[in-house]
Design a protein around this ligand. Structure first.
Ligand code: AMP
Ligand code: MG
Length: 395
């Protein structure tokens, strides 16, 4: 049997980053920059007013106060967006709005609150320090400087900066495009009536969500019965643009194991010493990596967590691709099978962790309300309350 680490390494070796791609800002959120971003212009781009008020020569309002106001004729009105270049003559004021270009010659802005707000002759009731309420060109960003680094996560604020610099696109590590395929003749899509012996399909929905949650794109989540020809046709129909194929079911030891039967040449089917999730497989189909997960829903999702999620995020450049892991204190006695790494579903509350639901791999209900996985070593068969136990924080 393979160890968890051996299979993790094999899966990680298969999943490769795509070549960097230019994407519009709207599509780039949550991805990672593939290149440094150099500012094509300075920010602010020009000296401008930080307040609604009056541009003045500071000396002209020296000594102004409520008792001894200074009166200045208002020579210009400068709303934000005015594009002509103005010059302020000493002894006059320009009414100016926040973000409007400062006229040449102005050395301060007097806020409207310190004036009577007039548009012909303004009464100014306060002095102004030189430079007051002026935002100087380049004080935020200097053209030519690197403002965002390759490897950085593209956040809303990073997008705001890119837009402020006039950039319409960014060069990113593209999303992985994943094809999900679930198998099983017993499966029926939710929303359809069930015949006796049929069950609702849940893996494709769940894995597609997990893939999107990991930041990747789901090309399709397809369903196939346990018939080799149908399986192959479904795979061929959807696989062309995929960077990764994930299947569920059809890999254990019974008959009608469609994934095993269809992909005997391309996939290495193995047993991994873990519970749940023992039957696994990995390989390539027409050069596209494929990971074949077991069919039980808990096994499928736990296997995705243990083997796929981190390398998938790593291939998209995620700075921290793996789930946060830490040690918590077990609140109850647990037993665990010898020779297998056990991943129990658990609830983490502060530093305490309690297992949640039975270990068997069809108990989806418990997984749905768990917030962590407890990782119990192969050599551990009994774990008393109070033991430290490694947990994967899924929250
Ligand atoms: P298999 O590995 O195909 O033998 O499936 C193992 C168990 O998981 C069986 O009980 C299947 O019915 C169930 N199962 C497999 N695939 C799915 C799926 N996509 N949705 C829900 N249950 C599934
Ligand atoms: Mg099956």
């Amino acid at each position: 049997m393979r160890t968890v680490e051996e299979h993790q390494a094999i899966v990680a070796g298969l999943i490769k980053a795509r070549a960097p791609q230019r994407l519009s800002l709207t599509d780039a959120l949550g991805l990672v920059l593939a290149e440094d971003v150099t500012a094509p212009l300075s920010l602010p781009g020009f000296d401008n007013s930080a307040m609604d008020g009056y541009a003045v020569v500071a000396d002209d309002v020296a000594g102004a106060s409520a008792e001894h106001p200074v009166l200045l004729p208002v020579a210009e009105d400068i709303p934000a967006g005015r594009t002509d270049q103005l010059t302020l003559k000493s002894g006059t004021a320009h009414r100016i709005m926040t973000g409007a270009p400062l006229p040449a010659g102005a050395t301060a802005v007097v806020p409207v609150e310190a004036t009577d707000g007039a548009i012909d002759t303004v009464t100014i009731r306060a002095t102004a320090k030189i430079g007051q309420h002026i935002r100087h060109a380049g004080e935020d960003v200097t053209a030519g400087n690197v403002v965002l680094r390759a490897g950085q996560l593209i956040t809303p604020a990073a997008l705001g900066l890119a837009a402020a610099l006039g950039l319409a696109e960014l060069t990113v590590v593209p999303r992985q495009r994943v094809l999900v395929m679930s198998t099983g003749t017993e499966l029926v899509a939710p929303g359809t009536p069930l015949q006796p012996g049929q069950i609702y399909e849940s893996n494709a929905v769940m894995l597609a969500a997990a893939i999107r949650d990991a930041g990747a794109e789901v090309l399709a989540s397809a369903m196939s019965g346990d018939d080799v020809d149908t399986f192959r046709a479904t795979l061929d129909r959807h696989a062309a643009d995929a960077d990764l194929i994930i299947t569920t079911g059809g890999v254990s030891a019974g008959a009608y194991e469609v994934v095993k039967d269809a992909l005997a040449e391309q996939v290495e089917f193995v047993k991994v010493a873990m519970q749940p999730g023992m039957p696994q497989g990995s390989g390539t189909v027409n050069g596209i990596p494929i990971i074949t997960l077991p069919g039980n829903p808990v096994s499928a999702l736990v296997s995705f967590e243990v083997f796929v999620r981190s390398p998938l995020r790593g291939a998209m450049g995620a700075p921290q691709p793996g789930r946060p892991r830490r040690t918590a204190v077990l609140t109850e006695d647990l037993t665990s099978p010898r020779g297998k790494r056990q991943f129990r579903r658990g609830v983490l509350t502060g530093d305490d962790v309690t297992s949640y639901g039975p270990p068997a791999s069809h108990h989806l209900r418990w997984l749905a309300s768990a917030n962590c996985l407890l990782e119990i070593g192969e050599d551990v068969i009994e774990l008393p309350a109070g033991s430290p136990v490694p947990v994967w924080d899924l929250s």
